[in-house]
Design a protein around this ligand. Structure first.
Ligand SMILES: *[C@@H]1O[C@H](CO)[C@@H](O)[C@H](O)[C@H]1NC(C)=O
Ligand SMILES: CC(=O)N[C@H]1CO[C@H](CO)[C@@H](O)[C@@H]1O
Length: 355
């Protein structure tokens, strides 16, 4: 101990002691610890010596360490090979197979740089049968895959809530960051990002692992609703209430969308009455809209303010998501201006009495 300390002091003072590695190879924390392990008696004796040495070591090492770390990082990335190699090493074998099938391997081997949101094998396995069938079409497969690729290197530290980025496919994708029960959650088009496997370095870019496959959005909220028949009452109601332009606007919004069956559960004659009263109808519809994109992965139990002004109560459990007394029966339809979750019961603002 005594010998070692003496050696360390010598190393710090003269940068020449074989017993202590060069400081680029010693994490600063260890060096600090060694200094703290000094015999208290010795410390008192060597106080002047220590004080002279201490500021020199960290000050020099910060700049040098940072440079050294960057070099190491670049060398590790270069040695990792291009994106398809790194994807294979991460076990994203279905992704690699798809990239090869789509004829995209040469592109993803090229200089880039690219950022790839790489779905894991479970994500591909969980695709519905019709989607697996569709992905056998190379044109469609290419469009879906290039929707997962950004031009340029975007590290996870640059991802922000509601960040919208251009994909190589041409359509944009939306990033959301949430804190759910104290834990950080990140999504891309509502597909959860595996935060333990982001920033996977390749020689020509970076991979962030995804837990779902993303589909390019069909358009905005209104476009989506108009293309699905079970929302025809909701679309008609939005038109009568004068809310179509808002719901087709930039948003972003979260819409809890009642299906036709949900509207049909209202007392007989209610829909007709509401359609004759655009102001009341607008109030009710706005109670179904949140400001901001809340994918299901970002929802937690509690009250949330609606665009109408009053809160809804969100309850998240193993059974799924419930909004007041309305059950979310299908979640996470990601659109260009937010997200749509289908609900089985129309929400009524507190104090609202159906007349
Ligand atoms: C593949 O999909 C594209 C785009 O939807 C379509 O035009 C084409 O006919 C399809 N090819 C085959 C072989 O089905
Ligand atoms: C019908 C119903 O349960 N409405 C409630 C929805 O949530 C808000 C916020 O907690 C309550 O104020 C409503 O009474």
């Amino acid at each position: 101990m005594t010998m070692f300390s003496a050696c360390l002091v010598l190393a710090l003072a003269a940068s020449s002691c074989t017993a202590v590695p060069h400081f680029l190879d010693v994490p600063i924390d260890n060096v600090k610890k060694m200094v703290l392990e000094y015999d208290p008696v010795r410390r008192v004796h060597n106080l002047g010596h220590n004080e002279r040495v201490k500021p020199v070591f960290p000050l020099e090492s910060f700049a040098i360490r940072q440079f050294h770390d960057s070099i190491k990082k670049a060398e590790i990335a270069a040695a990792a090979g291009p994106i398809p190699d790194v994807a294979a090493k991460l076990g994203l074998t279905d992704l690699v197979d798809a990239v090869v099938a789509a004829g995209l391997k040469d592109t993803l081997d090229s200089a880039g740089p690219f950022t790839v949101f790489g779905p894991d094998n479970d994500a591909f396995a969980n695709l519905p049968e019709w989607a697996k069938e569709m992905l056998k079409n190379v044109t469609i497969l290419t469009d879906i895959l290039t929707y997962h690729v950004l031009s340029g290197k975007v590290e996870s530290k640059s991802l922000a809530n509601e960040l919208v980025v251009d994909t190589v496919e041409g359509k944009k994708l939306r990033i959301n960051l949430y804190t759910v029960d104290g834990k950080q959650v990140a999504t891309a088009q509502c597909a959860p990002i595996d935060l333990t496997r982001v920033d996977q370095a390749a020689s020509n870019g970076v991979i962030h692992v995804l837990k779902d496959v993303m589909y390019p959005p069909p358009g905005n909220l209104v476009v989506l609703l108009s293309k699905i028949k079970v929302f025809s009452t909701l679309v008609e109601a939005a038109q009568v209430a004068g809310l179509v332009d808002t719901l087709a606007g930039p948003g972003p919004f979260t819409l809890f969308a009642p299906t036709n069956n949900a509207f049909a559960k209202l007392p007989p004659g209610t829909i007709e009455k509401l359609l004759a009263n655009p102001t009341e109808l607008a109030k009710i519809l706005k109670y179904h809209v949140l400001s901001g994109t809340y994918c299901s992965a970002g929802l937690s139990s509690g009250n949330v303010e609606t665009v109408e002004g009053q809160d809804v109560k969100i309850t998240v459990s193993a059974d799924g998501v419930v909004v007041n007394e309305s059950k979310v029966i299908a979640a996470d339809a990601s659109v260009t201006n937010g997200v749509v979750h289908a609900i089985d019961t129309v929400l009524l603002p507190p104090g609202y009495v159906l007349s």
